[in-house]
Design a protein around this ligand. Structure first.
Ligand SMILES: O=C(O)c1cc(=O)[nH]c(=O)n1[C@@H]1O[C@H](COP(=O)(O)O)[C@@H](O)[C@H]1O
Length: 232
């Protein structure tokens, strides 16, 4: 069975748990995502431990956001770990995004547009007037102009972003919740089936899989539901 286009967020408190989750889900998904919690505790070694022997694609989610020279150095430092994908914040601006792209030529740079945890009310409080989709579109366009070939947005904006940037860009959507699941700290959410039907290329799913009693079975169930949504 072909693995589904899901990146399981391994937001685990320790390496043993992350490696166990990775082993359970990798038959069913293409990608595992390592974020700040694991990377800041274990450093670069975490990549090899989680990648294991499976050859699963590793998505390194460090959400770099600093001046271009600093981000270039950071992207270069982690590019030797050969992550398939590395995140930067689109709000760092065109020169910063370009610096990451040039510093890590073998890694796909994914620009995070507007965090899926932010509601419209949060956006207006931080000074981004107008609907989230306007800011997401604007940040998506500038990221692609600056060389990013992947974008992170919520499932709500996938259709808009696709029409803005065209077919060649990888659209990654966190904020994914199976029907009826608690949205927790996520504000702009949709089901995996909806996100995929709207044109997302890779769905980031963490707690709905990893906090379930059987992460392997939950990943398999979501993967099989996605296969029914878009038969290969
Ligand atoms: O870049 C990300 O992966 C990301 C961007 C974003 O806007 N929202 C978001 O939730 N994420 C990540 O996606 C994962 C979502 O996890 P769950 O909410 O548990 O499914 C977490 O690891 C977040 O760090």
């Amino acid at each position: 069975m072909t693995p589904a286009p899901i990146a399981v967020a391994l937001d685990a408190p320790d390496l043993e748990t992350a490696a166990r989750w990775a082993a359970l889900v990798t038959p069913h998904v293409t990608t595992v995502k390592i974020g700040l919690e694991l990377y800041l505790r274990y450093g670069p070694d975490v990549i090899a431990s989680v990648r294991g022997a499976s050859g699963v694609q590793v998505f390194l989610d460090l959400k770099l956001h600093d001046i271009p020279n600093t981000v270039a150095g950071a992207a270069k430092a982690v590019s030797r770990l050969r992550p398939a994908i590395l995140t930067v914040h689109a709000a760092g601006g065109p020169a910063m995004i370009r610096a990451a792209v040039e510093a890590a030529p073998d890694t796909q740079i994914a620009a995070v547009t507007v965090l899926t945890s932010l509601s419209e009310a949060d956006l207006s409080r931080i000074g981004l007037a107008g609907p989230a989709s306007d800011a997401v579109r604007r940040l998506a366009a500038l990221s692609v102009e600056s060389g990013a070939t992947a974008l992170v947005c919520s499932p709500h904006e996938v259709v808009d972003v696709r029409s803005e940037v065209g077919p060649g860009i990888t659209l990654i959507t966190p904020g994914v919740r199976p029907a009826g699941a608690d949205s927790q700290d996520q504000a702009r959410v949709a089901t995996p089936e909806q996100a995929l039907a709207d044109g997302a290329d890779l769905l980031v799913i963490g707690r709905p899989i990893t906090a379930s009693p059987d992460p392997g079975a939950t990943a398999a169930a979501i993967a099989s539901s996605l296969r029914r949504t878009i038969p290969s």
